[in-house]
Design a protein around this ligand. Structure first.
Ligand code: NAG
Ligand code: NAG
Length: 506
């Protein structure tokens, strides 16, 4: 036993040296395999997780003609070909329809079906993620993560080779440590095959967020915890574990692993440094032995609870309990991938502090501008000869995004302190109440107009990247290109969401 361990250790050290010399030399799943804890699921929209992998990473579907495109790495072991997505999705919108499993087990993730809770789609399915909500760079090359808004979820209820019962497994995910909420449950990992709550110990998944309904950690959160079903655990009991820190990293490595009456939560900065152990010890009372079912979830709870939000870049599940040293080499590989932020906006640029007006471009409506009538945000016919009152109602001061400084917020010129925000997907003019929810609802990321004109902007919601400022019957909505609401109609969508931005009337 000890000689086997030491030769394994020697092999890992050798791989670690190669990995630091060349990014594509050994992927996370090569490292797990070297420790005899192979990946049985490997999901990433940003890069290959094996040095030799050059198959599809994910699939996008565009709204314009409902055709799909598989996105592969630029080279074996490399970063996703984001440019192929950008070309395919030009002048329309795209959704991420499949996140392929790179492990060879066929454990692909697709749109989560209804379960204990229904999704927001008309058939009870969860929403799919927009394809452009989470742009990043890896070693300077652009790629897209999976931006999960409330209502979005992926699942595989028929997975192969994942842990069941009390079998050992490990998992990690690279997440956006600044994108979270307190709703249940932004998870990645092992869950029920029925999409329903079948009882304690039927799940073992990474959770990230600031829920305090069950367990929690130090400070105000967010925390990495484990969703073991009917409880988010930061440690041995569903209460506080002060060794589980609040996360402030933009890029977060989160890990959970479990074997017979032993489990651990680990984490670290995915952009630098090493991992820390937030908990390692025995199972909570009532969770030994585990009763894992082996389905795989992303962005939702085991019973399809879909109120949470978060961003997923890559993650795997293993067979067997990975050693801390293998996990250290995986963390080094993630750091070497050099995750970094990139621009969230495109198209004609906006200047913070300037007053702007936004003119509709849809044929027959081009005399109309975004204005407000009390708390309703609408379009009104405005011109240079309009009253000062109307000109002010149709003028907006550009502010740094309240929830994300890479995007913008729009403050009313005549009602300082009030901003355009979405609420039930209508746009309202509301006074800021200073909450994280308000800031997120009032943050928008302008991009090149979906009508394809170089002069226009489309203004998408930061928190719901499938949704844009859209005029529909002269009222403003945060609308998606197809969906359950009447204002999500696809007819004339790209024109209705394309705006000419000029110096404000007032
Ligand atoms: C925002 O406006 C809506 C619609 O008038 C109103 O019901 C709500 O109370 C307002 N919220 C805030 C925070 O002002
Ligand atoms: C996008 O729209 C612009 C303007 O109509 C057009 O010039 C361009 O060819 C379009 N691109 C695609 C891929 O359709």
């Amino acid at each position: 036993m000890s000689s086997r361990l030491s030769s394994r250790h020697a092999r890992m050290v050798a791989i670690g040296l190669v990995a630091s010399a060349s990014f594509a030399a050994a992927g996370p799943c090569d490292l797990y395999a070297s420790g005899d804890t192979p990946c049985v699921a490997a999901h990433s929209t940003t890069r290959a997780l094996y040095s030799a992998y050059k198959g599809s990473l994910y699939q996008v579907e565009r709204a314009s003609d409902s055709t799909t495109l598989d996105i592969a790495p630029l080279s074996a072991g490399g970063v996703a070909n984001a440019a192929a997505q950008d070309t395919f999705c030009e002048n329309t919108t795209c959704l991420i329809t499949i996140i392929y499993d790179q492990s060879g087990q066929g454990n692909h993730l697709t749109q989560a079906p209804p379960g204990g809770f229904d999704g927001p789609e008309s058939n009870g399915y969860d929403n799919l993620a927009g394809a452009i909500g989470a742009p990043v760079t890896l070693n300077g090359q652009k790629a897209y993560g999976v931006f999960v808004s409330p209502g979005t979820g992926y699942r595989n209820n028929d997975a192969s080779a994942t842990a069941t019962g009390d079998e050992a497994e490990g998992m990690y995910a690279v997440l956006d440590g600044t994108h979270y909420n307190s709703a249940c449950c932004f998870d990645y990992g092992n869950a029920e095959t029925s999409s329903t709550d079948t009882g304690d110990a039927h799940m073992e998944a990474i959770y990230f967020g600031d829920s305090t309904v069950w367990g929690y950690g130090a400070g105000n959160g967010p925390w990495v915890m484990a969703d073991l079903e009917n409880g988010l655990f930061s440690g041995e009991s569903a209460t506080s574990n002060t060794a589980d820190p609040s996360i402030t990293y933009r890029f977060l490595t989160a890990m959970v692993k479990g074997e017979s009456n032993e489990w651990a939560i680990r984490g670290g900065n995915a952009a630098s440094g090493s991992l820390s152990t937030y908990y390692s010890g025995v199972r909570p009372s009532g969770y030994n032995p585990m009763k894992k079912e082996g389905a795989i979830i992303l962005g939702i709870g085991g019973d399809n609870s879909n109120g949470a939000q978060g961003t997923f870049y890559e993650g795997v599940m293993t067979s067997g309990y990975p050693s801390d040293s293998v996990e250290a080499s995986v963390q080094a590989n993630i750091v070497a991938a050099k995750y970094a932020i990139t621009s969230l906006t495109s198209g004609p640029s906006l200047t913070v502090g300037k007053s702007i007006s936004l003119q509709a471009t849809t044929s027959g409506y081009t005399d109309r501008y975004i204005a407000h009538d009390g708390t309703t945000v609408d379009t009104q016919v405005v011109s240079s000869s309009s009253s000062t009152t109307l000109k002010q109602q149709a003028s907006w001061t550009v502010r740094t995004g309240l929830a994300n400084s890479a995007c913008f917020s729009f403050e009313s010129v005549d009602t300082p302190g009030s901003y355009i925000r979405h609420y039930n997907f209508a746009l309202l003019l509301n006074a800021s109440d200073g909450t994280k929810q308000f800031y997120e609802d009032a943050t928008f990321c302008p991009q090149s107009g979906l009508d394809g004109e170089s002069t226009t902007n489309s203004i998408r919601s930061w928190s719901y990247p499938t949704r844009y400022f859209r005029h529909y019957e002269n009222v403003l909505y945060a609308a998606s290109n197809g969906g359950v609401q009447t204002f999500d109609a696809t007819a004339s969508f790209t024109d209705d969401v394309s705006w000419l931005i000029s110096t404000g009337f007032a």
